[in-house]
Ligand binder design. Structure first.
Ligand code: FAD
Length: 493
């Protein structure tokens, strides 16, 4: 426990006693807006959309030229690439589905089910995104473990759908690590490595993740499927932006919020350059470290609290290599992972999820690979250019060696772009270009979604953990509290 100068313990996850300023009797008419959301990542957009639905006068301010944060896309030479997100959970049932239902958006209009191939040694395991397909493909690839596969997937599905955390089976996933759970069921190391393949979505190794924590971000993709946003991630976030503006909300891009205005422990609005926008409620979609260290003037929040937030470790980052090629890969699934030791390769064929993302007969590819913020040379230096070059070469040679039909990739490149941890940091102000906000380890305490400043909320991966479904959940929790509809007061939403 961190202790303040008055020797009082400071718990960053502690619920705050204040209730929504909008639910109090005082008139809000003297303010420019009822609520201001800083940042248009999915946590911010989900919150703003639910507020707009309930006739709250909401303003979203985004520093970038387009909305979406890590859930966005860009074009090069006729190809569309993703800036981050390519595999979304909770679309069938979960927080993503809840948002769609709240906004009356149709899953079929916005998403397409991802298909996958895993390459392990001489095995090619193709999955169609359904539980039955997973069980059948895995049992064929690992016949000696077929019975254990059925039991494991059944139990994981049961825990995925079970809402009672006290349930005995759920508890058996809480008390041990994911590695221990896999060891209880399986002997074959290749099968275990298959079940660890999507741990990249948590960014921690199996022996540091509670088994239960692996169910949503990893195993759910094998049971209920993961989804790619139709037309690219930008299309999804633009649909939410359009919902907000159609419900009298305002979304302004190219607006970097310089300060969150606070006096006497109460939020009063934000400052963008020399313009202020007043509001009794401000929702920060910005990472909590950036929020408390850079956007709030010193002295407004207890220093020990700010230092405790500052000391939280960030999650892993990565590099992304985006390639447009004239090779037609339409015979392959949308996601391919090579799991062989020393030859790991994660390739997303965006144009196989949605053909409109590449010109006809061509393919839009995204490769995700390791990228260490501290080892990335400064932007604009020759070392940085060399670093990017080296990352691209490694990925291309791994793809050529491991992925069917890509043996000659180097000779067929029509567009190439490389994002590093510094790129992610630059475009989103996320410290260290962290993929998931704070580290997703077992013992990490997250800040509460209500700050010590009355009227200032947090809705982002900082409070809920990384991933689209989690941050949508964070945004909905926040909006419900503002609307006076919340019962949750926990640190994670
Ligand atoms: C490479 C990569 C791949 C990923 N793949 C997946 C995936 O397949 N599936 C999945 O579920 N998750 C994935 N994630 C994680 C997921 O994208 C994030 O956890 C989630 O999108 C974060 O949303 P957020 O609401 O916290 O905000 P962010 O996306 O972090 O956005 C914050 C926004 O705030 C804006 N902002 C910051 N400071 C200011 C300021 N001062 N003024 C105004 N605006 C400001 C930023 O510009 C940004 O738009 C991936 C992430 C990365 C980086």
């Amino acid at each position: 426990m961190i202790v303040s100068s008055e020797n009082k313990p400071i718990d960053i996850s502690a619920p705050q006693a204040w209730s929504s300023p909008l639910q109090e009797q005082r008139s809000c008419s003297s303010f420019d807006f009822d609520a201001i959301v800083v940042g248009s990542g999915l946590g911010g957009l989900a919150c703003a959309a639910l507020l707009a639905k309930h006739s709250i006068k909401v303003l979203v301010l985004e520093q970038h030229y387009q909305v979406g944060g890590y859930c966005s896309s860009f074009q090069r030479n006729g190809f569309t690439f993703t800036s981050g997100v390519e595999d979304i959970s909770g679309v069938e049932a979960g927080d993503t589905a809840q948002l769609l239902a709240e906004l009356d958006l149709k899953k079929e209009d916005l998403f397409v089910l991802n298909t996958r191939m895993f390459i392990i040694g001489d095995k090619r395991i193709r999955l169609d995104g359904t539980k039955q397909g997973t069980v059948s493909a895995l049992s064929k690839a690992f016949p000696d473990e077929a019975e254990a596969i059925v039991r494991f997937i059944d139990e994981a599905e049961y825990v995925l759908r079970m809402e009672d955390p006290g349930n005995e089976t759920v508890q058996s996933w809480v008390s041990i690590t994911y590695q221990q759970k896999l060891d209880q069921y399986f002997r074959n190391p290749e099968l275990k490595s298959f079940f660890c393949s999507l741990l990249v979505y948590i960014g921690m190794p199996a022996d540091q993740v509670p088994a239960q924590a692996a169910i949503g971000p990893c195993l759910s993709y094998f049971i209920v499927g993961g989804y790619y946003p139709k037309g690219g991630p930008q299309n999804f976030v633009n649909s939410i932006r359009d919902y907000i503006t159609a419900h009298s909300g305002k979304v302004l891009t190219n607006k970097h919020v310089d300060e969150i205005i606070v006096s006497d422990g109460i939020v009063g609005g934000v400052r963008v350059g020399d313009k202020t926008y007043s509001s009794p409620v401000v929702v920060s979609n910005v990472n909590a470290k950036t929020l408390y260290q850079r956007l709030i003037a010193p002295g407004r929040v207890h220093k020990v609290f700010v230092d405790a937030i500052g000391a939280l470790p960030m999650s892993i980052s990565c590099c992304m290599v985006q390639i447009g090629t004239d090779i037609d890969l339409s015979c392959l699934p949308s996601h391919i992972q090579v799991l062989d030791k020393g030859a790991h390769c994660h390739c997303v064929i965006n144009s196989n999820a949605d053909h409109s993302l590449a010109p006809e007969g061509k393919s839009s590819l995204t490769f995700i690979c390791g990228g260490d913020y501290r080892k990335t040379p400064p932007r604009g230096t020759p070392e940085y250019a060399r670093y990017k070059d080296e990352r691209a070469k490694t990925i291309i040679s791994r793809a050529e060696a491991g992925i069917p039909n890509l043996q000659d990739l180097q000779k067929h490149i029509l567009a190439l772009d490389i994002s590093t941890p510094l790129t992610f940091e630059r475009y989103t102000s996320m410290p260290e270009g962290a993929i998931y906000g704070f580290e997703q380890s077992i013992g990490l305490t997250r800040p509460n979604f209500k700050s010590p400043i009355r009227g200032l909320y947090l809705a982002s991966s900082s409070t809920a953990g990384g991933g689209v479904e989690s941050v949508i959940g964070a945004g909905l929790t926040c909006a419900r509290d503002i609307l006076g509809k919340n019962t949750a007061h926990s640190s994670s939403s």
